[in-house]
Design a protein around this ligand. Structure first.
Ligand code: ADP
Length: 195
């Protein structure tokens, strides 16, 4: 375990299929392998427990985010790094999260709607286009991109490792992540040497 670890929320926002879960998973594995305490709060998973019963109106989406933010805060004050992976389409509630959290990094996981729709990792775009799902972000519900995210991952142009590397480098730059890796001659390696 890292004694020097500081709590942080890394907030991944973006369309369904943009790459939030994929990138947060790579970042999680990297941090764990380096001895950090990490938790992932994934919107799809939490909607089956913590936020079960909430729908997709603006009010319910905001409530979903507030509950997730509450849990993130509890973890962060116990020095855990929390990777929040939720569409979180509304700028105002994300701003509220930033305001309420001392340690906060926003990652805009960006890919054009056409690409997310081609990927259709969960088959949801097809259903939304067929009218089987209502209020689907990007189709018949808005997505408001962040104006000043700390990191932007353009997942249609980057490899998964490049996108995850951007997040880790920002964490390193801000002092939340210090990779402990040594090259064969014993010198310190930085995240930028790996990704
Ligand atoms: P989300 O969690 O945002 O709904 P997923 O992570 O479930 O999205 O799906 C993203 C898809 O995009 C995956 O199939 C992943 O392999 C692919 N992908 C391609 N390039 C990238 C990248 N640079 N970062 C993240 N995902 C990528």
């Amino acid at each position: 375990m890292r004694l020097e670890q500081k709590g942080l929320t890394v907030w991944f926002t973006g369309l369904s299929g943009a790459g939030k879960t994929t990138i947060s998973c790579v970042v999680e594995n990297e941090l764990r392998s380096q001895g950090y305490k990490v938790e992932v709060l994934d919107g799809d998973v939490l909607r089956q427990c913590l936020t079960k019963g909430l729908g997709f109106s603006k009010e319910d989406r905001d409530e979903n985010i507030r509950r997730i933010g509450y849990v993130a805060n509890l973890l962060v004050r116990n020095d855990v790094i929390v990777l929040v992976s939720v569409i979180s389409p509304y700028r105002q509630i994300r701003t509220e999260m930033r305001r309420d959290m001392a340690d906060f990094v926003e990652v805009y996981v960006n890919a054009p709607l056409e690409i997310c729709e081609q990927r259709d990792t969960k088959g949801l775009y097809k259903k939304a286009r067929a009218g089987e799902i209502k209020n689907f972000t990007g189709i018949d519900d808005p997505y408001e991109p962040p104006l000043f995210p700390e990191v932007t991952c353009n997942t249609h142009q980057e490899t998964i490792a490049e996108s995850a590397g951007k997040v880790l480098r920002k964490m390193e730059e801000l002092g939340y992540y210090l990779p402990l890796m040594y090259s064969q001659n014993g010198s310190n390696l930085q995240a930028s040497d790996i990704f």
